[in-house]
Ligand binder design. Structure first.
Ligand code: JB3
Length: 217
């Protein structure tokens, strides 16, 4: 049984770039009313994204009362810190974020997805997975039973996390990376694309390769 997407209020997507487009695709596929996109690049103002108007920058959000809309964080990896700051700035302004799940995603029983969590097409979250606030499980990633993914993390397309893996706050797991069971990926760590993690990664660690080793070591 899939945890419900958030209460379907009219939604505004923040960011009209690559991640914004994918987020919009999920919302439209799930039948959610998307009333606008906002982007800080003035060159995009007055254009459309998948048919939805890009109405201006973040200041355009003042058109709606925070309680009348939901926001969708369309800022991807262009700056993971920026994605987090935007989430926290908007929360402080009393906005709420949509929890977004593509209809094709597989979500196991007792999996929990916190506010602003995003699960893309073809992803799998097995039973007991906990996905943090504003965290991304990108296209086709596989998160096995009882994994815990912290707030503001990004698990990139096609990554595989075996059972009981913990990924701490702000960490990034690259595309196609593999993490064996019960490993811990420390806060703010980076696991490079294609790496195979067979030992815990410390907070702030940056690992690459098969088996994964600290970059530059
Ligand atoms: O690899 C995949 C599957 N996706 C990548 C994603 C995770 O990260 C994607 O290919 C890109 O590499 C990246 O997507 P993202 O973050 O959408 O990057 P980009 O395509 O550069 O678009 C960012 C958009 O956000 C630009 O149009 C910026 O003008 C806009 N932007 C940046 N800061 C902002 C802000 N828009 C608003 N409204 N507010 C901001 O603070």
């Amino acid at each position: 049984m899939k945890p419900a997407m958030s209460v379907p209020l009219p939604t505004v997507v923040i960011g009209a770039g690559g991640h914004g487009k994918v987020i919009l695709e999920v919302l439209l596929e799930a039948g959610i009313e998307v009333i606008a996109v906002v982007d800080s690049d003035t060159g995009r103002h007055g254009t459309t994204l998948l048919g939805v108007p890009v109405v201006g920058g973040d200041q355009e959000l003042q058109r709606w009362r925070p309680q009348d809309i939901l926001l969708a964080n369309g800022i991807g990896s262009t700056g993971q810190r920026h994605r987090r700051h935007l989430f926290e700035r908007m929360k402080a302004a009393q906005y709420r974020f949509a929890t977004i799940i593509h209809p094709s995603a597989v979500i196991g029983r007792e999996a929990m997805i916190a506010e602003g969590g995003q699960v893309m097409a073809g992803a799998v979250l097995q039973p007991g997975v906990l996905l943090g606030r504003n965290a991304i499980v990108n296209t086709g990633a596989r998160i096995d039973h009882d994994c815990v993914i912290g707030d503001h993390c990004h698990v990139a397309p096609g990554a595989v996390l075996c059972g009981g893996v913990r990924v701490d706050l702000d960490a990034h797991v690259g595309a196609g990376a593999v993490i064996i069971q019960n490993m811990v990926i420390g806060e703010g760590a980076l696991v490079a694309a294609g790496a195979v993690v067979v030992r815990p990664v410390s907070a702030g660690g940056r690992v690459v390769g098969v088996p994964a080793k600290e970059m530059g070591s």
